[in-house]
Design a protein around this ligand. Structure first.
Ligand code: NDP
Length: 283
């Protein structure tokens, strides 16, 4: 079997076009949707992510502000800046790019973002709303995965979903969204005994570990849908996922590539969250 390739890049273009139409309608009604992206320090990967997010915003007609600060910025200075953005009516979404420099408490920084502008969905009150089935903002990466599953017609109700990775930004919210969609959930972490025994049960397998190629074809149930969230830089300098695409594609029914799978969807869903925030503010 050779798996169907799930084209996240193509789907993200369709979603971004819809965002552009919603942005145009908001602008016609007098509200220009605005996103502030805050970057502290000079992490090269973060700089690329932030540039891509700002460029996507501008292409869809959203107003975007990029605030870049040196790693020497104090936590107090960053919190003051976030409070100013919280109070700025032209800004509907605030994103602080992670990771932050070691001298900053990322939890405290995220908790300072107004929950109704927290377009990443990482604020503890947004995590709680997601957990209790009333999400305000769904974290962008798992939200993008759900959109891909929906577009591919993957049945989630009653499906066995196994998530490898349990971070606050991917694995845990992924589990909540799949649970809400009727799947039976298993979340694995680095201490899981016999990982392959878990992954081989999965109708839907989502992998987000940051360990290049750790999931191989022999760990996958024939016909499964495999979503590779990982973004890693291989020894050859090329981007690769957490799934060994070549062997996995021999067994899976459908699989996302890296690049061109989850990554572009994450940015598209950030735009969706920003539009939703602006639409709520415009009511
Ligand atoms: P974290 O490092 O925060 O979490 C990794 C998780 O994977 C942890 O729960 C860890 O377990 C688990 N893990 C690590 N090794 C193993 C293993 N051998 N077996 C089972 N579980 C394991 O990573 P993130 O969630 O932030 O990111 C994961 C990957 O996704 C990275 O490659 C990142 O670059 C990528 N990413 C991609 C995005 C996109 O837009 N496509 C967005 C966000 C992230 P434990 O809890 O025990 O430590």
């Amino acid at each position: 079997m050779t798996a169907r390739r799930i084209d996240g890049a193509a789907l993200s273009v369709r979603i971004r076009d819809e965002v552009a139409q919603r942005a145009a309608a908001l602008i016609a009604g007098g509200t220009t949707p605005g996103l502030a992206v805050v970057l502290v320090g000079d992490n090269p990967a973060s700089q690329v992510y932030v540039r891509n997010k700002v460029a996507a915003c501008e292409k869809a007609g959203l107003h975007s502000v990029m605030e870049q600060y040196p790693a020497s910025l104090t936590e107090a200075e960053l919190l003051t800046r976030i409070q100013a953005l919280n109070n700025d009516p032209a800004i509907h979404g605030i994103l602080v790019q992670l990771p932050l420099p070691a001298h900053m408490d990322a939890h405290k920084v995220i908790e300072t973002i107004a929950a109704d502008k927290d377009v990443d969905g990482f604020h503890v009150s947004n995590a709680g709303l997601l957990m209790t089935g009333q999400p305000l903002f769904r974290p962008c990466t798992p939200y993008g995965v759900m959109k891909m599953l929906e577009a591919e017609g993957v049945v989630t109700r009653g499906a066995e979903a196994v998530i490898v990775g349990a971070s606050n930004i991917v694995g845990k919210p992924m589990a909540m969204l799949l649970l809400a969609a009727g799947a039976t959930i298993t979340i694995c972490n680095s201490k899981t005994r016999d990982l392959a025994a878990q992954t081989r049960r999965a109708d839907i397998l989502v992998v987000a570990t940051g360990k290049p190629g750790m999931i191989t074809g022999d760990m996958i149930k024939p016909g499964a849908t495999v979503i590779d969230v990982g973004i890693n830089r291989g020894a050859d300098g090329k981007l690769c996922g957490d799934v060994d695409y070549a062997s996995a594609a021999e067994v899976a029914g459908a699989i996302t590539p890296v690049p061109g799978g989850v990554g572009p969807m994450t940015i598209a869903m950030l735009l969706v969250n920003t539009i939703e925030a602006a639409e709520r503010a415009a009511i």
